[in-house]
Design a protein around this ligand. Structure first.
Ligand code: NDP
Ligand code: GDR
Length: 326
């Protein structure tokens, strides 16, 4: 029988790569979209991957339980991947209530829709390394205590624990993937890697003359979205639901990540990089470094693409995109 999956956040970076993976595996893929935020180009990321028109789209919103319930009843999915969120950390200080409504309570809405409409389905929650925040341990694993540092991270923490709670309270197959930063040419332009690769490409083509960044001493454990969506799928193929950290185990400063991009374009970073306090955050997560040994052992998951390759792929994609633009 054809497997049927429902993906929220299908118009985002991970939603696109996950849909591609599921289609390759023969799934019928359904996606939740907010028609209100798009004007006819809602599936541009799916098109970029060559799967435009192959995902069944349903109008719903994570903040609107009845729309989720209707969608679950219509689709009757065997697997639900909850990727939708207000996902930009910096915006969460400007829109803390919306972030809570979508990124926190939205998870409870999705779990309720599943409990009432498809209780035997398997559920994936997109949890985040941001939950560690002001960490006390050199490497963060499933047992590291959380200390969120932004309204986004606080909301994600609720989403994580409500997922654990539904698993323990109702015996639902609900897993939480604590994913560290992952990027790709489909990353939103507001996130630092894509801001850098797009900025470098624009400088290279004479369309910009500087790149303005905030705290370039912050360190992140960056992987590739294509690798990370594989881990999501693997979690839902396990007999028992559980929580897993997904990370590369390598941490790099924003400065060094930036240097890879400038070097790849043959540009001198020192000439173009400007530090702008406007991009500093009210509270920062200084360093993240994940211990994904549990996922590697239990799921057989390994990342295949390293930071160097990824940033170069992103610069090339941005150069190609900008060359096409008038
Ligand atoms: P994106 O920002 O690219 O995508 C977010 C998605 O959520 C978009 O499809 C967006 O739709 C949708 N969305 C936002 N608000 C709502 C709403 N109210 N109702 C329905 N859909 C909504 O995120 P990523 O793909 O990068 O990340 C996927 C998930 O994983 C997110 O939950 C994120 O917080 C989490 N995460 C991401 C990591 C990363 O490094 N990428 C690491 C750890 C966790 P629209 O197109 O309409 O805006
Ligand atoms: P993050 O990603 O907050 O880790 O959340 P982001 O790329 O926005 O920031 C990473 C680090 O870079 C520093 N930084 C800048 N960031 C941005 N966006 N713009 C700048 O100009 C800039 N200059 C320096 C930031 O201060 C930060 O330290 C991402 C999101 O995908 C979340 O949804 C996800 O949960 C986490 O990753 C894991």
């Amino acid at each position: 029988m054809t497997k049927r999956a429902l993906v929220t956040g299908v118009t985002g970076q991970d939603g696109a790569y996950l849909s591609q993976l599921l289609l390759e595996k023969g799934y019928e893929v359904h996606g939740v979209i907010r028609r209100s935020s798009h004007r006819g180009v809602e599936d541009h990321r799916l098109r970029w991957l060559g799967i435009g028109g192959k995902v069944h789209l349903h109008d719903a919103d994570l903040a609107d339980l009845s729309s989720l319930l209707r969608t679950v009843n219509e689709v009757k999915p065997g697997e639900i991947y909850n990727l939708a969120a207000q996902s930009f950390v910096a915006s969460s200080w400007r829109q803390p209530i919306l972030t809570a409504n979508v990124t926190a309570v939205g998870v409870a809405n999705m779990l309720e829709a599943m409990r009432l409409g498809a209780p035997d389905a398997r559920f994936y929650q997109a949890s985040s390394s941001e939950m560690y925040g002001l960490i006390q341990e050199p490497m963060q694993g499933e047992k590291t205590p959380f200390y969120p540092r932004s309204p986004y991270a606080v909301a994600k923490l609720y989403g994580h624990w409500i997922t654990v709670n539904y698993r323990e309270s109702f015996g639902m197959h609900a897993s939480s993937g604590i994913l560290f930063n992952h990027e790709s040419p489909l990353r939103g332009i507001e996130f630092v890697t894509r801001k850098v690769t797009h900025g470098v490409a624009a400088i290279k083509l004479g369309k910009a003359n500087e790149l303005r960044l905030g705290n370039i001493d912050a360190k992140r454990d960056w992987g590739h979205a294509r690798d990370y969506v594989r881990a999501m799928w693997l979690m839902l193929q396990q007999e028992k639901a559980d929580d897993y950290v997904v990370a590369t185990g390598v941490t790099t400063t924003v400065r060094d990540m930036c240097r890879i991009a400038f070097d790849h374009a043959g540009l001198d970073m020192e000439k173009y990089l400007v530090i702008d306090p406007a991009f500093y955050r009210p509270a920062e997560v200084d360093v993240l470094l994940g211990d994904s040994s549990k996922a590697r052992k239990a799921l057989g998951w390994e990342p295949e693409i390293d930071l160097d390759h990824m940033i170069r792929e992103m610069v090339d994609a941005d150069l190609a995109r900008l060359r096409r633009e008038p």
